[in-house]
Write a protein that binds this ligand. Structure first.
Ligand code: GLA
Length: 381
């Protein structure tokens, strides 16, 4: 059991207004990925941490037959029929429907329920607001059904919600870190084996999340395009996934596959950087970790081509601001957030300098949050 966060207070208040005291309240965090981008769906390594922003679900059983009702602080109200087999994948409640539907498919019956949702995870900012919702809801529904909480299995179910119900072909990173994170630590995750190893940030450093305040839907063709290019590269290389590819073999790919070659080069080098970053964390080597983050951004920008003007601008500004040890875009890309590793003592000066320069350079207001690594999903009192 964990203490109540601001989102928890709002979710419970919302629930009380409509239905009275909730029977179950659960929370799950958003995440920021320190390094290891676009490697998860290639069977590779990622190094994310949960952030101090939660999505909270308050739930109570009802006797209203097949009909469940959900209210979101941000999106309004929706009714869900338990006999329903599909949903419009663009509807916000498709995440809620998906979790409940797939749990049902596993023989986990929750009856009908009322559910209220509140979140402090910025939506659409590449901080995994959708995984936080899915994981929090799955935790609450499992508790309501009297079932045990298996974090890795729950993460796989949430990934299926994205892939099969929402239509987003994402990997396992986001729900897995939201479910499994250990407070005070980032996690080196082997996305093939679903092995999660805690890693501490170097002494005297803090993570800064830099929100460009630009947004782009991930359910668009660019993410799927990158994924299929990786699949074609793996086929040509004769490996099950790009995790198994070697850089010299990638460099031998023919010019008619130049695009696939660049994508594969990013994945193979990013996997190496991620393992080196985890090692640097074991050795408390902030400089080495920062340099790897900078190199990751170059690779994402030039080889994988998933950065964008706002992300490039904020990363460049961060890298030249006081106290910065390393910075890169984070998450799916194109818009949303970057992440920086910053000297703790300079963190406030760093945040002000980034905001000021970003305003001057782009005309937009950036948001900057300093976050310690938070804990994965939990039930609340
Ligand atoms: C999104 C997806 C993740 C991962 C990242 C890129 O966040 O949901 O599975 O692929 O993009 O690293």
């Amino acid at each position: 059991m964990t203490n109540r966060t601001p989102a928890a207070q709002r979710a419970i208040a919302l629930h009380r207004e409509s239905w009275g005291k909730p029977a179950v309240v659960s929370r799950a965090p958003g995440r920021v990925n320190l390094i290891g981008e676009h490697t998860d769906y290639n069977g590779g390594y990622v190094l994310p941490m949960a952030i101090e922003f939660d999505t909270v679900v308050a739930l109570s059983p009802t006797r209203s037959g097949r009909r469940s009702t959900v209210i979101s602080e941000d999106f309004g109200k929706a009714a869900l029929d338990s006999k329903r087999e599909s949903i419009d994948s663009t509807h916000w409640a498709s995440y809620v429907f998906g979790v409940s539907h797939l749990l049902h498919g596993h023989g986990i019956s929750t009856g009908s329920w009322n559910c209220s949702i509140a979140t402090d995870v910025p939506i659409g900012a590449c901080l995994s607001s959708s995984a936080a919702l899915e994981v929090a809801l799955a935790a609450a529904l499992l508790q309501l059904a009297g079932e045990s909480w298996e974090p890795a299995e729950t993460a796989q179910l949430c990934q299926r919600v994205e892939n099969e119900v929402v239509g987003m072909p994402c990997g396992i990173m986001d729900p897995l870190i939201s479910a499994c994170a250990i407070a005070g630590h980032a996690s080196l995750i082997d996305c093939r084996l679903l092995d999660v190893r805690p890693r501490r940030l170097p002494e005297g450093t803090v993570t800064a999340i830099l929100d460009t305040t630009t947004r782009r839907e991930l359910v668009d063709s660019a993410y799927a395009d990158r994924r299929s290019a990786c699949g074609r590269a793996a086929d040509w290389l004769g490996v099950a996934a790009l995790r198994d590819a070697r850089l010299d073999d990638v460099e031998r790919m023919p010019d008619e596959l130049a695009n696939e070659r660049r994508r594969a080069r990013h994945v193979v080098t990013e996997n190496e950087r991620t393992l080196e970053a985890a090692q640097a964390m074991c050795e408390d080597d902030a400089e080495a970790l920062g340099a790897l983050m900078n190199a990751s951004h170059v690779s994402l920008r030039d080889d994988y081509e998933v950065s964008g003007p706002a992300l490039d601008a904020i990363v460049e500004i961060a890298q030249t601001s006081p106290g910065c040890i390393g910075a890169r875009m984070t998450g799916g890309g194109f818009a949303g957030c970057a992440v920086a590793l910053v000297d703790t003592e300079a963190a406030n000066a760093f945040a002000s300098a980034v905001q000021e320069s970003y305003r001057v350079t782009t005309g937009f207001d950036a948001r900057v949050w300093l976050s310690r690594p938070a804990a994965g999903a939990s039930l609340l009192d």
